[in-house]
Design a protein. Sequence first.
Length: 520
Amino acid sequence: MKLQISDTFNKVLPSDSNTTNARRQVFEATHSYVNPKTPTKPKIIHVSKEMANTIGLDESEINSKEFLSVFSGSKVYPKTKPYAMAYAGHQFGNWAGQLGDGRAINLFEVLENNKRWAVQLKGSGETPYSRQGDGLAVLRSSIREYLCSEAMFHLGVPTTRALSLMLSGDDVLRDMLYDGNADYEKGAIVARVAPTFIRFGNFELFAARKDLDNLKKLTDYTIKYFYPELGKPSKETYIKFFETVANRTLDMIIHWQRVGFVHGVMNTDNMSILGLTIDYGPYGWLEGFDFGWTPNTTDRQNKRYRFGNQPNIGLWNLLQLANALYALVEEAEPFETILNRYQKDFEEKSLDMMRSKIGLHLKDNNDLKLMTDLEDCLLLTETDMTIFFRELANFNIKNSENGISIIAKAFYQPNELKDIVIEQWNSWFKAYHRRLMKENLSDMDRKQKMNLVNPKYVLRNYMAQLAIDKADEGDYSLVDELFQLLKKPYSEQPKFEKWYAKRPEWARHKVGCSMLSCSS
Ligand SMILES: Nc1ncnc2c1ncn2[C@@H]1O[C@H](COP(=O)(O)OP(=O)(O)OP(=O)(O)O)[C@@H](O)[C@H]1O
Ligand SMILES: [Mg+2]
């Protein structure tokens, strides 16, 4: 197996001089060297061929013994030095101090086709940052991360990627619901890939410790390798850097809103400095459209990370990043301007996104009202978000009276619609029809465009759970089926039509389908 290794993070930036693998506070270093734990009996469950090719591996290399040993953590690739990154973070709105890669270990960076990729194992053992944890990950959460990160990529959402999913052969003790009923589960390891895994929290760590020297080194490194277009280090460059991160973060969140993805744990240690979706933990997909929904039972009380609040949390997290970068600029105003603009941009971009979802390409002053009225309608009775927008594309200008029957498939109780609900929908469809008359697209063209932004297939929570249940019994066929399905989320795939369906009733209150904790 031949990789074009091109390590920078652990070569350019200061490493922890202590190389023992004991939990500790780490100062004046961006990372600590640590080797992955050797798994007892590693076994490949799935490999993303596309991702393997992207980092320069062909079919025979994927099938090699070395692939299994390197991406399960049994063997360190020649001339590389694995490490865990140091970062801090705000969790659920509170400062949490040093966190760091407690169960992620970076293997190396490769440079392939002029693109830099960092490869990291999640679930491959303890690091100096493991705190109370065991450094491991269970099969269920690893399947969820593996499938969802690739699904998001194919949906066009900026994200970290997955290369492989493996069983470790070791059992892992978990209290899934935090209710005192701990049990052993199969351990697993996901190899994941991104240009870099640097998070907001990496900057916060140095800022909180007033370690300006290393804050600057980390920022300069990030700009040099990942934002080179911003120029040489200077106050202006740092401000442009923050502005670009803010824009990317907002764009990522608008994509989440477009596809109905709820991240579930938007702590600042889970915010990528590249604006990529990172950490597929207690995430979930909207089924019934609901701004207040969160899949994360750990967040059940405050619902801080609910669907409708994600854009605000993005802003809150950016404020924490601004506080960290402030020390390099020493002027608050430029940061304030950027944060204020985020709010304005959010409103505009979110309206544009909604326009595209309902097939509008021109701008009209009343569009905002049309959208809020639509959202009100969607909240009247449980209405499946994915199915609604997909079916709406069948709206016919010449036959505009039957709007509600076109989208009826999206209602969870289609036979129990109250008259007042029907009336409200009818009046929205009238307004929608009037508005469509101002556009100049044919029904066909509109449908085609809408189907490129409204996915037909998403990784519904119960789908992942079905794949997990089978995998627990050693059958990985559903992991592969969903993996293949989600490569083309916008296409009609008749052989997979069964996955274009509302959540079944049995999944409504089932653990893993509607309720997910951070235990993973
Ligand atoms: N089992 C574990 N052992 C050690 N550390 C853990 C474990 N689970 C989580 N952590 C650490 O706790 C912190 C918060 O966890 P969180 O659930 O956000 O991340 P994660 O799912 O482990 O990983 P990532 O953000 O890398 O995808 C992180 O620093 C993480 O490394
Ligand atoms: Mg995390």
